[in-house]
Design a protein around this ligand. Structure first.
Ligand SMILES: Cc1cc2nc3c(=O)[nH]c(=O)nc-3n(C[C@H](O)[C@H](O)[C@H](O)COP(=O)(O)OP(=O)(O)OC[C@H]3O[C@@H](n4cnc5c(N)ncnc54)[C@H](O)[C@@H]3O)c2cc1C
Length: 374
């Protein structure tokens, strides 16, 4: 791949830095030794033999960023002897990676913050990527924070959009309670780190013809160096099995449904469609359904093929979590409700009448029995 014009970039970075110098008066120009940092990395998260889909979504975003910068994309795979890291690397190439860094060690079998932080920090210090991306999952959030702190660099968490401005990563995320979006740049430190929520970015186009190389590195840590011990994995019997983020169809109910009893109409339609049930924060706060079903800024980000919103106003904090849905159908009594500004189809009407009518119509069409929720 072509090397970018370094002096021009340095000048552009310096010009950008001068413009954005903060009130602290700290230099925002990239120090000379950090200019060697090149390439975009994705930490590939896996657990019990499965790569988290957000890692592939990030790989697609990394490819776009790297193509703008004229650099390569690398996946980072860390794990123990039993983990199929080479298989995951093959999938990484198909999704857009050029290289994979593999660190395998018995103490990396199962995620623990200390060895993963040391491993990822060592990889970064040795190979010097300019951008490092992780999923905004429980593991990604935990690891990104400690790696950024150890490296003394900037981290933008929970991003909804990633772009390149000059040579800098422009990481956008909601702020001020979701009423504004802010774009954050790390100008004087490397790597530039960001976490991105699952489903915020689409899955990349698969290219089965792609391959890449593997660079291995040892961890250099022994079990007695680590305070946290992984004794046993006990699955949480009460673990939420709601798969909203990756559902194809979601029927969401809002406060317009008036009460918990009427919210059952959402379940009736969802059952007939084979859909997941979503809710606004107003609904989860009222206790009409569990908080795992909340869609939005402080809930889940979703991207279904069909999103039916009944009695939902379309507040910005809800919108940011569902506006990437392929088709949005809104049912609302108020023709001026904000949700009609971005819904693809709108029904101005009483959801208490429209939902049962839709349930009956879909049941007839799909040849299904309507099973009422008790
Ligand atoms: C920091 C912060 C984070 C937040 N995070 C989230 C989040 O993650 N997710 C989220 O959803 N919200 C979130 N919110 C709350 C958000 O601002 C809204 O208050 C909330 O989304 C509104 O929920 P709603 O649409 O169900 O209710 P309302 O805003 O009360 O809207 C009800 C709608 O139903 C319509 N309606 C009334 N009767 C009927 C009927 N019979 N049939 C059809 N329509 C009817 C009304 O016209 C109205 O448009 C957050 C707020 C803050 C400050």
């Amino acid at each position: 791949m072509a090397e970018p014009d370094k002096p021009a970039m340095a000048a552009a970075a310096a010009a950008g830095a001068a413009k954005t110098a903060g009130r602290s008066g700290r230099s925002t120009e990239l120090p000379e030794h950090l200019k060697a940092y090149k390439g975009v990395w994705v930490f590939i998260e896996h657990d019990r033999g499965q790569v988290h889909t957000v890692s592939w979504e990030l790989m697609g975003e990394a490819r776009k960023l790297a193509d703008k910068l004229g650099v390569d994309v690398s996946g980072v795979l860390m794990g123990g002897p039993a983990d199929k890291l080479e298989d995951f690397a093959k999938e990484a190439y198909i999704c857009g990676a050029d290289h994979c860094y593999i660190m395998r060690d018995p103490v990396l079998q199962g995620y623990r913050n200390e060895p993963y932080t040391k491993g990822l920090t060592d990889l970064v210090n040795t190979h010097q990527p300019e951008i490092l991306l992780l999923g905004a999952t429980a593991m990604g959030r935990d690891l990104a924070g400690s790696v950024a702190t150890t490296l003394g660099t900037g981290l933008t968490a929970d991003c909804t959009e990633l772009n390149i401005d000059g040579r800098a990563l422009a990481a956008t995320r909601p702020t001020f309670g979701g009423s504004l979006l802010c774009t954050i740049m790390t100008l004087a430190y490397r790597p530039q780190m960001a976490t991105m929520r699952p489903r915020t970015a689409p899955m990349p186009r698969r290219d089965e013809s792609r391959s890449g190389d593997i660079i291995t590195m040892a961890l250099g840590m022994i079990e007695t160096d680590i305070v946290t011990k992984l004794l046993e994995f006990i699955p949480d019997a009460n673990r939420n099995t709601v798969n909203l983020a990756y559902a194809d169809i979601i029927v969401t109910g809002g406060k317009g449904l008036k009460n918990a009893d009427n919210f059952k109409l959402v379940w009736d339609l969802a059952r007939v469609l084979g859909a997941e049930v979503g809710a606004t924060r107003a609904v989860t706060q009222a206790g009409w359904c569990e908080s795992e079903r909340q869609v939005g800024q402080t809930g889940k980000t979703v991207r279904p093929k069909l999103y039916i919103a009944a009695g939902v106003s379309g507040a910005i904090q809800h919108r940011v979590g569902m506006e990437a849905s392929d088709i949005i159908v809104a049912i609302n009594t108020d023709a001026n409700a904000p949700i009609f500004d971005f819904a693809h189809h709108g029904i101005v009407g009483n959801a208490l009448q429209v939902l049962p009518a839709l349930t009956q119509a879909f049941a007839a069409r799909l040849g299904k029995q309507v099973r009422k929720v008790a």
